[in-house]
Every structure is written in C-alpha cells, then in structure tokens.
Ligand binder design. Sequence first.
Ligand code: KIV
Ligand code: ZN
Length: 502
Amino acid sequence: MRTIKIFDTTLRDGEQSPGAAMNIQEKLQIAKQLARLGVDIIEAGFAITSPGDFEAIKTISGEVEGPVICSLARAKETDIKRAWEAIKDAPRKRIHTFHSTSDIHLKYQFRVGREEALKTSVEMVKLACSFVDDVQFSPMDATRTDLDYLCEVTEAVIEAGASTVNIPDTVGYTIPNEFGIMIKALRDRVKNIDNAVIAVHCHNDLGLAAANSLSAVLNGAGQIECTVNGIGERAGNCSLEEVVMAMRTRRDIFNADTNIISEEIMRSSKLVTKITGMSVQPNKAIVGANAFSHESGIHQDGLLKEKTTYEIITPETIGLNKTKFVLGKLSGRNAFRTRLGILGYALSDEEINSTFERFKKLADQKKEIFDEDLEALVSEGFTTVPETYSLVDMRISSGFHEKPTAVITLKTGDGVIEKTEHGDGPVDAIFKAITSITGTKSELVKYEVKAITGGTDALGEVVCSLEEDNRRVIGHGADTDVIIASAKAYVNALNKLAVRKK
Ligand code: KIV
Ligand code: ZN
C-alpha cells in the first residue's frame, strides 16, 4: 500500500478564485484546520506577490505544526529569496519554484527559447536548494509541453536537487488516459526519476481534475495537489475531498491511501466556505448538502434494509454526525467545552470564555443548540477583526403599507452616531443607514442568507461581499434574526475593509 502525499494549495491557488481573498487570521485558521485534517504539505501562499501574502506565510510557518509549509516562487532570484524569508521559521519547509515549459507560454508570454528556460530552471532550483533541502519544481503548462523536452527538464531539475517534480495541467486541458500515459512516460524515460516524487496539479476546466489526478496515481504519481472544495483559479483545482475519498473507498484499485483524517473533511469544507464566501453546490461529491440524502423510494427502502445497498461512504466517515447532540441554556461551561473538544476544537481558555458568552446569548434566543450552531459560534470568533465600527443598536420597521425604515446606531472613531434611512426593503435600509454613518463607498457584490439548522428559530447566517478600490472582502453575521445578522455581516465586512485600507 503506497501513501500518496496530499499537498494542499487552498491558501495559494484556492485564493486565486475570484473574490476569495483571505486575511492573515483567516489563512491561519484554515492552515490550523488543514493540519488537523492531516495534509502533508500546506502551500501557504506566494511570498513575493504582496506583503500580506508574505506575512501570512510567515505567521503560518511560526504557528502551525505538523505539515511542511511551502511558499511558491517564480524561477527568479528575488522570488526565491522572499519565499525563503517567509518560510524559514517553519519546522518543516519547502520552496516550490516554477517555470513554463510549453512552447505556447515560452513564445508568447515569456519570449524565451527552450534552452534558456531549462537553464533558468536549473539555476533557480540550485539557488532554492542553497536555502532548504526540500525543493519542488513545476514545469508550468506541462500537459501542453513537448514530451521529450518535458523529460529533459525533469531530469535536469532533479539533477539540480529538486526532490519533487510537479506536473501541472495548468489550463485543465488533459484527459485521464492521456495524463496517465504522460506520467508513465516520465517514469520510464527520466533516468533519475526515482530520486524525486512525481506530483500532479490539475485544474478543473473540463471537470476532470480529480479523474486526471487519480489516473496519475495509478501510473506512479506520489503526490496530489488539491484544494478544499476544489476552489481555485477559473473552474478550480482538483478537490481534496474527492481524490482522498476515491482512494479510500477504492483501495482495492489504487492500492494506495493518504494520511488524511477523513472525519475532518466536512469541518474543513465548512470553514473554507465560511471564510471565502464560496458556497458548495448541493450536488457536489462528498461535501455537497445532498451528498448523503436519498430521495427515491426504492433507494430509501434499500437503505432501511441494509445501508450498503445505496451508500458507498457513511456520512460519519467525513465527519457528518447524524446523531444530534443538543445543548441548551442550562448547559454549563464544562459541557460546552467538552462538546467543542469532541467536535475537534482545541480553544484557549480566553477563546472558550468569549465563545461561551455568545453561546449563552444564543441559548436565550434558541431552545436547542446543535453542533452546527456551535461551529458557527466558533468560526464567528475566527473571523473577528479590529472593530473600527461596532453595532450599538438597531430598529427596523416595514410592512405592506409602510416604507422600510432602519434606525442604526454605530460606535465609530468619531463617537456614537445614529442615522435613519429608508430603502427598498429592510436590508437595503440598514445598509444605507450604515453607509451614511461610515461614509464608505463600497459596492455590495454579494449577499447571501442561509439557515444553519432547521426550524423557525434557526440561526441565520449572512455572508456579504463588499468591494472598494479593487479590494474585496467578505463579511459574516449570524443571529436568530436574519435582519440583525445582515447588519452584523455588513459591519464585519466594513471592518475588514478598514483593515485592508490601513
Ligand atoms: O496551475 C499551475 O500551473 C500552477 C503552478 C504554479 C503550479 O498553479
Ligand atoms: Zn494552478
């Protein structure tokens, strides 16, 4: 049985999804969850691209234990030095450098010949190896690269010290059979291939990223690059949960498995959804809301008789707990802490105290508090930002014959301010009143409301995305009253924008 390494790039390629930009604290929370999930390598960012990316990689390197922490770097001296500066505090670290190899990229984008690209790649791998033992090289657009040249580059970078060679399907162009043959050709034709791990990095433009990655594993690849929920550039990257569960469910075919703790999959998926604001389609494999719902009478009949008739994975395997555990307003701090522990949250005393306070407020409004509510409370804590603005009070009126009106009181740097505004609906009125107090000019690009659990007293969660001066942020708010949740989400987004502006 081989162990396939899982290289998670949610924080780098995943962040390249339009609108999925994350701040440092959010990246740190995801990185900690990825460590709990058991990924082998976290690509924490692309250090040279911005001070924020650099700081995020540095923070993760200093605070996240377990996985190897990696930074991406173009095959350029400045990039590689910056990547090294960002990762150097990590107990286990890797530099991932890349250079295009396809003629299309070399001719039209980089305007260099094959020889020069090869020479630069080798020199930059050597430079990266002077900083760290663990160096990965990617020949970008490999699937549209001449195979002889790809073999030549692969051999040369391994010779230069690369211990992983990653074969990217940068534009999501290949198909499983062709990609498998390519991986096998590299194994057969590159003399020193046994000195390196072959990795694959597939994009999902044709919906084949997971299938292509699995075909590569069948042909000798030892590392898969992927993201939680399959987020990433354009149509996204290979989805972590799909490849992991495919290998686990069909060990008989793959004769391979990963180090992933599958019970952490659902929690990771929800956290990434929450932080990026990118919802998962209901019919998405493994983590979609319908992935374990059986609608057809024949299927339900079979399931009642024997689960395996229609269920190839149990919901518990990915951390979906069917048996509901309920807390309420009489539950004490100990029960609360214990339940969070069972759910996998190791919070500090300070975090427990602040979450418990919010739990008590919620328990006053809602009789039964489910695990999903607890998870929402905890992740609300994860997404807190310094409060440039804080909501003090709000009153709303609307009706069949009444113009929706919001009176909002906010605490700002200039003191406590109250404003009244009308709108097309109560949410519109709230947002207008908040904007008129803060004087901000952001555009609302997304607004989404969902119920976290069932019932009319369910906690409603609002996600709203604001954009100003090319900066896009995602705000969250949860409350049993969706109008209040909307105001909280809007203020949360404005606070994030304020941080970004600074
Ligand atoms: O898609 C791609 O080619 C990449 C590389 C940087 C590995 O993301
Ligand atoms: Zn990519």
